[in-house]
Design a protein around this ligand. Structure first.
Ligand code: SF4
Length: 331
């Protein structure tokens, strides 16, 4: 680990000022991913700016009937918050599928969005990795790529985004609120994370110095008909091979609105607007769910070890939809 200095700040202005005074500063809150990366020198900030004491610790109703999640609320406090449990159980379930109780007690909502891929090669400095060292190559494309992307990848990088929480936020259509050098702004969740393209070193669309302040959930939480299905190698403390977040609005057995997002398959949470459209105004039937799954995986490409994920994702989508529609027996 490199030497670094540390400061704790009490305002966003102070945080941004600190940023300008150092060569390679980083914000830190829960630190559950950043410290791991620093210990193996994948991240080597010269200055840590602790933003834990900024005023983003509340969960509050918004004027339009939604809910605002403070960026510094822990994942555990978010998942167990009464309003989240009651109105956005899909989000609670997704958060509780991730990491371990200890990590969820420490990790923040903002940090969950900012966590980096768990591609093995990204963590192994003895191997080329375009995300860690742009232009060095991608060890995963022709290497061991069981956990890697099947959608939206590029020749430069086939990494996946590791979050469970973010898959639910993508399905719900959340908004990320940010403050930075140029003031406040909001980014639709679908535009927050990037696909790798030819800049896999960039995970998201934040500008230097930006701080995530909160995440807004829209009014509709799909609390009656939802599912977060996570398929992984062991029952806990493992990242998703494939995960599916589903929210449905139903009128009898007809789906009037559908949300569907996948995790573990792309460089960002992968919401399938096309599959959602295919489900809308359809009867909740296995046959229709299979059609939607085919649509969601259109264009999917395997790289050898991860090709199994294409069929796995299709089956997981059907199963999640059956669960959300309360029709599990049809499977
Ligand atoms: Fe690096 Fe991305 Fe390739 Fe993994 S998949 S080795 S993160 S460039």
């Amino acid at each position: 680990m490199n030497k670094f200095t540390y400061v704790s700040v009490n305002s966003t202005d102070a945080a941004i000022r600190e940023l300008d005074e150092h060569d390679s500063p980083k914000y830190i809150a829960g630190g559950t991913n950043l410290l791991d990366l620093m210990k193996i020198s994948v991240e080597s900030p010269d200055h840590l700016i602790d933003i834990t004491h900024l005023a983003f610790h509340s969960i509050e109703d918004t004027n339009n009937g939604g809910l605002r999640l403070g960026a510094l609320v822990t994942n555990a406090d978010t998942a167990w918050n009464e309003k989240v449990e009651e109105r956005y159980p899909l989000l609670s379930k997704a958060i509780l599928a991730g990491a371990s109780p200890q990590l969820r007690n420490m990790a923040t909502n903002g940090g969950n969005l900012m966590q980096r891929t768990r591609c093995y090669y990204f963590y192994d400095k003895a191997t080329p990795c375009n995300k860690r060292e742009p232009g060095s190559g991608c060890s995963a494309v022709n290497g061991y790529n069981r956990i890697h992307a099947i959608l939206g990848a590029s020749e430069q990088c086939i990494a996946t985004h590791p979050s469970d929480m973010c898959v639910a936020l993508a399905a719900l259509g959340a908004t990320v609120n940010i403050t930075g050098k140029n003031g406040d702004r909001s980014i639709p969740f679908a535009d927050f994370h990037r696909l790798p393209g030819d800049r896999p070193d960039l995970d998201n669309t934040l500008d230097a110095g930006d701080i995530v302040t909160s995440i807004d959930l829209p009014t509709e939480g799909f609390a009656e008909n939802f599912e977060y299905l996570k398929v992984r190698d062991r029952a806990s403390y493992a990242f998703a091979l494939v995960s599916v977040a589903v929210g449905l609005k139903m009128d009898g057995n007809v789906i009037t609105e559908a949300r569907l997002a996948l995790g573990g398959v792309a460089h960002k949470p992968w919401r399938s607007i096309e599959a959602e459209a295919a489900l809308t105004n359809q009867v909740a039937l296995t046959e229709n769910f299979k059609k939607a799954a085919e649509i969601a995986l259109e264009g999917a490409k395997g790289f050898g070890d991860n090709t199994f994920k294409i069929d796995l994702a299709k089956r997981a989508i059907v199963r999640a939809l059956l669960k959300a529609a309360k029709l599990e027996e049809q499977a």
